[in-house]
Ligand binder design. Structure first.
Ligand SMILES: *Cc1c(COP(=O)(O)O)cnc(C)c1O
Length: 419
């Protein structure tokens, strides 16, 4: 079942017409379906079956407190990449024993915050980070549980900007170096090496690269165990792709089944399997509602000018990403056009050269599959207040983030005395 669906020509999120939300909350507004979120999470959780596992949610996909609270209530863990995300997950009520912290550039402040909350694991990405972690933990009488983020040198075959597991990418540690580092950790007093982590990229639509990378990294788990390390966690990363258009995407079950022969012996040996999906959980649970401001023609070209732009949803401009565009009130008429925003950039578009709903001025459109890397990548470029966010559950809906006001745009700005 699609949680965004038509009833009598009107587009609904669960049991709420999108037009009702636009009327109440204005546009542009992100709308999230609680049911879709829960379904995606459970699909993933169920895919592991009786393998000992924990599904962590990659907060950077969508860090809204309501989204996080919902996921925490389902039992999810969290995958964070900054001190700000740690703050969010603690505020949302996540159990710190289910929080893993990745990223190549964790600062002293961020490492200290993670140590302070006693998070489950730091996914360490370099020898230097490890040295710093040992130093801080020692100084403050803490223990740091770490997993090494290995770079399995596998091409995820996705967009260049979001592939992370090749040798030339900045992420992770090559396998042979990981073994050298492990020996060094033996000398450390305050760092326990109890995990192996990998993550090769995002929006991966083929099983092959996942399977290859997981098998390579599982080899490191075995080798570390052979060397006497008690590897309690193997984190297979995130990156499972979703359908934006008509891509043939594997399900969570397809992925887990493909690597089950690799994971089962590890789990049987006492290693818990972690995964950290963002897009798979949140991507199809959200849509961006936008109103048409103008229609305009330029020679043969037709433009639909909407009140949402690249600052609200960056993916089309940044990755040339495709998002379906639906009319909130469908009459079937199509027009070949570009759907563009008000931002002063030619790269400001939400859809380009496509058959789109033939929307008139004032009509409402929904840009689909915008639940992940939508609001979280939104900016104030062109001094545009960021959109509101709404969550729908059944026939109820609530604003879960207020639309920003002009005053928010200058928050923290100061005019110095010498002016
Ligand atoms: C971004 C990220 C993820 C999530 O990626 P998705 O494609 O959203 O599943 C998982 N792990 C790490 C380390 C990441 O940086």
């Amino acid at each position: 079942m699609d949680d965004f669906h038509y009833e009598g020509g009107d587009l609904y999120c669960e049991d709420v017409p999108l037009a009702e939300i636009a009327q109440g909350a204005g546009t542009p507004t992100y709308v999230y379906s609680h049911a879709a979120l829960e379904r995606a999470y459970r699909d993933l959780d169920d895919a592991f079956g009786d393998l000992d596992h924990l599904v962590c949610y990659a907060v950077k996909a969508n860090g809204n407190l309501a989204i996080l609270r919902a996921l925490a209530s389902f039992g999810a863990g969290a995958d964070i990449v900054s001190g700000g995300e740690l703050y969010r997950v603690m505020r949302a009520g996540f159990d710190p024993k289910k929080v893993v912290f990745a990223g190549v550039g964790k600062t002293e402040q961020e490492l200290m915050a993670g140590l302070g909350e006693r998070i489950l694991l730091f996914n360490v990405e370099s020898a230097s980070e490890l040295d710093h972690l040992e130093r801080y933990a020692f100084r403050h009488g803490k223990k740091a549980r770490v997993s090494l983020r290995v770079n399995p040198n596998v091409d995820a075959e996705t967009h260049e900007h979001i592939t992370t597991g090749r040798e030339r990418d900045k992420f992770g540690i090559p396998v042979d170096e990981a073994l050298t580092l492990a020996d060094r950790i033996k000398e450390f007093k305050c760092v326990d090496l109890i995990g192996v982590h990998q993550h090769i990229g995002s929006q991966i639509t083929k099983i092959g690269p996942h399977a290859e990378a997981i098998e390579k990294s599982a080899g490191l788990v075995d080798e570390l165990k052979r060397r006497g390390f008690d590897i309690k966690y193997f984190n297979i990363g995130g990156g499972l792709g979703i359908r934006y258009k008509d891509e043939d995407v594997p399900t969570a079950k397809d992925l887990v089944d493909a690597v089950r022969p690799t994971l089962e012996p590890l789990a049987a040996g006492g290693t818990k399997i972690l995964c950290e999906m963002g897009r798979y959980i949140a991507g199809n649970a959200g849509a961006l509602l936008t109103s048409v401001i103008y229609r305009k023609k330029s020679g043969e070209k037709s433009f639909i000018v909407a009140d949402a732009g690249m600052n609200d949803l960056l993916r089309p401009s940044l990755y040339d990403a495709h998002h379906e565009v639906r009319a909130a009130c469908e009459d079937g008429a199509l027009a070949n056009a570009d759907l563009v925003g008000p931002v002063c950039e030619s790269g400001d578009y939400l859809a380009r050269d496509r058959d789109l709903p033939d929307a008139a001025e004032g009509d409402l459109l929904a840009v689909m599959s915008a639940g992940a890397y939508g609001f979280s990548m939104a900016s104030n470029y062109n001094s545009r207040p960021r959109p509101a966010e709404v969550m729908v559950r059944g026939d109820s809906w609530a604003v879960v983030r207020e639309r920003e006001h002009n005053a928010d745009l200058i928050k923290g700005e100061l005019v110095p005395a010498f002016l």
